[in-house]
Write a protein that binds this ligand. Structure first.
Ligand code: FAD
Ligand code: DHB
Length: 389
């Protein structure tokens, strides 16, 4: 099979990119290792920036998001006692949208057939070939049979563990990485959220986050040491811990219920640059990871594919030779600022094993300063709502 652009991975980055390119009339094929149900079963991001919702609108797939999503004009930081409201709507004139990654993925998946966007699910052993030539190609196994797709460009949207980044010789790139000494244990439950807005809490026992998927479905997280397992956290223990860490006001309003899903995710900061090697272009988690504290991962995947679709459109529609060359630098300028924000908010809100009493007082002083300073609140708000493209 021949196509203009082959995309590896049908997560949010691959699907959004596929739709943006199809909207420009380009030929695209997506190759995904997992099944559609598996991709939809992963409970991950919950907060969309305006830049991300604008992209969904641009490809005409924002209807369900606007109907079922919850626009949020603010969120809270908590210090174990009080709630500090960050009024993002008043400080930036914009809002974020609470709409699960699962739902966004479903909207993109469901619309793929009618937009002429083929997705090959269950592709085994995907290998990228001849990336430094003008004729790269993919090989894989579909239903036991070997397949090959020849493309002019391959886009690696296959997440942190996919084969695309691994196909780039180490000498051609540089990586930056920070691994955090804890993870996030998440619980999803069909109970009303404890607050109308999200709460990021720094308690002396560790970080907690109160989030939601709808007015009837809650999503909570707590910071846990890396050696802990889900079995260590029966539902009752987790609800007890959340009630303590979220503080007396919000913690007292928690409604408990059985877990629909529980999982532990490690925290990492990671950047791989450049995001291009010959005819291979990386986007989303395949090129960078942020700790989830700033809700930036999915939103960065979306801004990458915005730049990448412009680059590929420039190449195919306007024969602009510089379009592809500029992609990596454009994307990385925004990525590094999101890395900075996510790292800073992670340091502000978590307990690190080597924190001493002074470090703790610094965190509390920081939160106290934020509570009293519109300037500090504006800095947080403009990063949280998403920096301009
Ligand atoms: P992925 O979603 O990882 O998709 C990659 C796809 O490639 C997958 O479908 C995978 O199956 C496929 N693939 C992998 N290997 C192969 C192969 N060999 N062949 C073919 N296909 C392959 N981000 C936010 O913006 N806001 C949040 O609130 C937020 N919260 C989060 C909470 C948690 C607990 C976690 C874990 C993440 C969170 N994120 C958040 C981050 C966000 O989920 C990711 O950044 C986002 O999924 C990245 O999208 P992606 O398409 O680049 O990668
Ligand atoms: C969610 C996840 C995040 O990482 C975050 O910062 C906010 C919300 C969520 O899953 O709802």
């Amino acid at each position: 099979m021949k196509t203009q652009i082959a995309i590896v991975g049908a997560g949010p980055a691959g699907l959004l990119l596929g739709h943006l390119l199809r909207a420009e009339g380009l030929e695209v094929v997506i190759v995904e290792r997992a099944t559609a149900d598996y991709v939809l079963g992963r409970i991950r991001a919950g907060v969309l920036e305006r830049t991300t919702t604008d992209l969904m609108d641009r490809i005409g797939l924002g209807e369900r998001m606007h109907r079922d999503g919850l626009p949020h004009g603010g969120f809270h930081l908590a210090d174990g006692q009080r709630l500090i409201r960050i009024d993002i709507a008043a400080l930036t004139g914009r809002q974020v949208m609470v709409y699960g990654q699962t739902e966004l993925t479903r909207d993109l998946m469901d619309a793929a057939p009618e937009r002429g966007l083929p997705i090959i699910y269950g592709a085994r052993d995907v290998v990228l070939h001849d990336l430094a030539s003008d004729a790269p190609y993919l090989t894989f196994v579909e239903d036991g049979a070997p397949r090959r797709i020849d493309a002019q460009f391959i886009c690696g949207c296959d997440g942190f563990h996919g084969p695309s980044r691994a196909a780039i010789p180490p000498a051609a790139a540089r990586t930056y990485e920070k691994i955090y000494p804890f993870g996030w244990l998440g619980i999803l439950a069909d109970v009303p959220p404890c607050d109308d807005e999200l709460i990021y809490a720094n308690h002396e026992r560790g970080f907690a986050l109160a989030s939601m998927r709808s007015e009837k479905r809650s999503r909570y997280y707590i910071q846990v040491p890396l050696d802990q397992k889900i079995e260590d956290w029966p539902d009752d223990r987790l609800w007890d811990e959340l009630a303590v860490r979220l503080g007396p006001e919000a913690g007292g309003r928690i409604t408990r219920g059985p877990a629909l899903e529980k999982s532990i995710a490690p925290l990492r900061s990671f950047v791989f640059e450049p995001m291009r090697h010959g005819r291979l272009l990386l986007a989303g988690d395949s090129a960078h990871i942020v700790p989830p504290t700033g809700a930036k991962g999915l939103n960065l995947a979306a801004s990458d594919v915005h730049y990448l679709s412009e680059a590929l459109t420039g190449y195919f529609r306007r024969a602009d030779p510089d379009a592809i060359a500029g992609y990596s630098d454009r994307a990385l300028a925004r990525i590094w600022k999101a890395e900075r924000f996510s790292w800073q908010l992670t340091r502000l809100m978590h307990r690190f094993p080597d924190n001493d009493a002074f470090d703790r007082r610094m965190q509390l002083a920081d939160l106290d300063y934020i509570a009293s300073s519109p300037a500090a609140q504006t800095t947080i708000a403009e990063n949280y709502v998403g920096l301009p493209l």
